[in-house]
Ligand binder design. Sequence first.
Ligand code: RM4
Ligand code: MN
Ligand code: MN
Length: 404
Amino acid sequence: MIQSSGELSLADEQAERVFKALDRFAIELPSWGFSNTGTRFGKFIEPSAAITTEHKLADAAAVHRFTGCCPSIAMHVLWDFPHGIDDASAVCESAQRLGIRMGAINPNVFEDQIYKYGSLGNPDPKVREAASRHLSDSANIAKRTGSRDLSLWFADGSNYPGTASIRRRREWFIEGLRRLHSEIGEEQRLLVEYKPFEPAFYHTDIADWGMALLLARAAGTKARVLVDTGHHYASQNIEQIVAWLMAENMLGGFHFNDRRYADDDLTLGSIDPYQVFRIFLEIHSFEWDTGKTADIAYMIDQSHNLKPKTEEMIQTAMNAQELYVKAALVDQKELAKHQGSSTLIDAEECLKRAFFTDVRPMLREWHKNRGLAEDPLAAFRASGYLEEAARERAKYQPAGGAYA
Ligand code: RM4
Ligand code: MN
Ligand code: MN
């Protein structure tokens, strides 16, 4: 079919928008997404899964090599720096050698036996002190690794009514976060994550974005809220939360994943790609309205207990790129006009037109222009990386195939 010049220029204009969006979009990989994880019912072992920190870095670097959009890796302190700060320089150097950099540092105040009744919210001052010490050690690790963000998630809460003082625990949280805030560097940030339930089932100390926002404000000017897409009740409007947090200059970052029921940690966009699109759309609208670039850390937080981990990460990064650029294709000017005149159907069609645009040919083009394979997943599979990893990692697997 011969296209009219009008159509051609529309295509060119679209391609330019897509390329611009792709040039600035980066999403951070989680180190914990490369190792064998499971559910509380068991864990299925993948022979190529990462076992050491070095493996996780290598896998993350491979994902970045093929996708071109994952230059950094978030680390979990206890799992990746077993000797604390003494491990930091070596881990950093390995990452650099592999072509990636250290991303957010995630302290761990939920696994140790002392945290049975909480960390910063624990009624025992000795436990609160231990948690604070671990948090400040983590802040020092972040300084050493050159990480901007200290990403905080607390399992704190209670299972039965009356067993914990909700108000006192709130105060202890404010105290602990303020103290940590005073210890981080000028360029660093605290990201406060919320979650409605699990592991606590009656009350969670930081249960929603309102609590996270108030705690972040109480902590100090360098604290922001972290939105984990899986940490909401089923029908909650996440993009509205995102819009409000951006308007308040309080959105620090995301933990992206998808879900069907609760904190399922499934592949981003696998269940409801339109929701991810709507979240990105709010961000593009904010940028269009204000002329500012939203300062947001995009991070992945997934648990790949059934799919091959590195492949799922590549799939996730590609989904993220696709949905980010689809949202960038929404004609903001036209949308604003329809919103202003309450022409509902036209406004909605504006979104749908962008959402249903097949951006994959433009993505392939972008990859080609960067000297990357046009199809990252196919190229990764052809590279033999997984087979090699399985061979090389076999010696790290304890007899019987499972590892703790
Ligand atoms: C939580 C939360 C945190 C993650 C832990 C392991 O559900 O999403 O971000 O670090 O799991
Ligand atoms: Mn998370
Ligand atoms: Mn989670």
